[in-house]
Ligand binder design. Structure first.
Ligand SMILES: Cc1ncc(COP(=O)(O)O)c(C=O)c1O
Length: 360
């Protein structure tokens, strides 16, 4: 399997961008035969759940570029944030520690499910330092304060935004879009009528639109929103696309000027948000069971919701060929979970004041 990004092959001047190879590329594309038979559509999946043997999923792709930049900046600690069960925080913990960084994460409460509880335990087993903060609204202030404290203590932190969706992180999905585009061009799967992906912080959908667009592939991308509209909306995606395109074209002007075209391909789907982030959704539960029958692991916060939207589309018979991007890690984490058999009580007790502790 090639470890060299297609971005470097296709646009050699991008080779100047710092990068750490973490992804086993290309990730496979395959049909979901049972779901196809059930819906009468042709349903395909891109197996980004297998993006790395240590920990797969979409966050690993973003971290190749984020850790590259952190290393180039001389950082020794990665500082990031997310909800308790954040897959981004877990990916950062596993890959960041393996690449020689310390990892500190600020976490906000969310309904505790088995997946959330296991992610917390795996974060700790991987060696991350976790801090609880009461609300995501405090992220910017808390991160600034925490960064200051780390610098005061002599560390060189590198801040990664929640979800890993800075323009540098989005490069991981520009790469994935190119990879998928080439798989379509080679006939590994037919060109889909529509692509479905979960929309949390937006980097995955934004990068895919740019990477596919660079090959002239204009398939619509359905970004299935799972986080609140204030942070996840059309503007979130168009801003990420614009900033990432600017970064790419500054590094290599040969990267096509896709302008607004890439942003118009992404459609934000609000239909699966239901009662809110991380809450139970019947459509997602059904999607989870159906995916399982095809050997694909999903969970109710992100990927089962994206798949639920795809299933509705398939059942409406409006389009025939649909592609699901499987962005949840599917690698076994039991070697980590045995090290931390229960999640610590601080995540179930009332919040302690971060600010008090930092001042101390
Ligand atoms: C499993 C999974 N899928 C999809 C997403 C959404 O990706 P993005 O934040 O790039 O929109 C996330 C984000 O945390 C995730 O954990």
């Amino acid at each position: 399997m090639s470890r060299e990004p297609l971005l470097f092959e296709r646009f050699p001047r991008l080779g100047a961008l710092p990068h750490r190879p973490l992804v086993d590329r290309p990730t496979p594309v395959e049909e979901m035969p049972r779901l196809s038979a059930m819906t009468g559509a042709e349903i395909y999946v891109k197996r980004d759940d297998l993006s790395s043997k240590a920990y797969g999923g979409n966050k690993t792709r973003k971290l190749e570029w984020l850790l590259g930049e952190a290393g180039a900046a001389g950082a020794d600690i990665l500082l990031t944030a997310g909800a308790y069960g954040s897959n981004h925080v877990l990916a950062t913990s596993i890959h960041g520690m393996a690449e020689g960084f310390g990892v500190h994460a600020l976490l906000t409460p969310q309904p505790i499910t088995r997946h959330v509880e296991e992610n917390l335990r795996a974060d700790l087993a991987a060696g991350a330092t976790l801090e609880r903060i009461p609300s995501a609204a405090l992220f910017p202030a808390a991160l600034a304060l925490y960064e200051k404290k780390l610098r005061r203590d002599g560390f060189r932190p590198y801040r990664i935004p929640h979800g890993g969706s800075s323009p540098v992180g989005v490069l991981g999905y520009v790469e994935a879009g190119l990879e998928l585009g080439l798989q379509i061009e080679c006939g590994e799967i037919p060109e889909p009528d529509r692509i479905f992906v979960a929309f949390g912080s937006g980097g995955t959908a934004a990068g895919l639109a740019l990477g596919l667009g660079a090959l002239g592939i204009v398939t619509p991308i359905e970004a299935v929103r799972v986080t609140p509209r204030v942070v996840a909306n059309t503007k979130t995606i168009s801003t990420l696309i614009r900033k990432t395109a600017r970064l790419l074209r500054a590094a290599d002007p040969a990267f096509p000027d896709l302008g607004r075209a890439a942003a118009t391909r992404v459609h934000v789907n609000d239909g699966e948000f239901g009662d809110g982030y991380g809450t139970r959704s019947e459509a997602a539960e059904r999607a989870r069971e159906l995916a399982y029958a095809d050997g694909i692991r999903t969970e109710g916060t992100y990927t089962a919701r994206a798949l639920a939207a795809l299933i509705k589309r398939a059942e409406s018979r409006m389009e025939r060929r649909l592609l699901f991007i499987s962005t949840l890690n599917s690698r076994d984490l039991s070697h980590l979970l045995v090290k931390v058999p229960v999640a610590p009580a601080i995540f179930t007790e009332p919040p302690r004041s971060l600010f008090q502790r930092l001042r101390g």
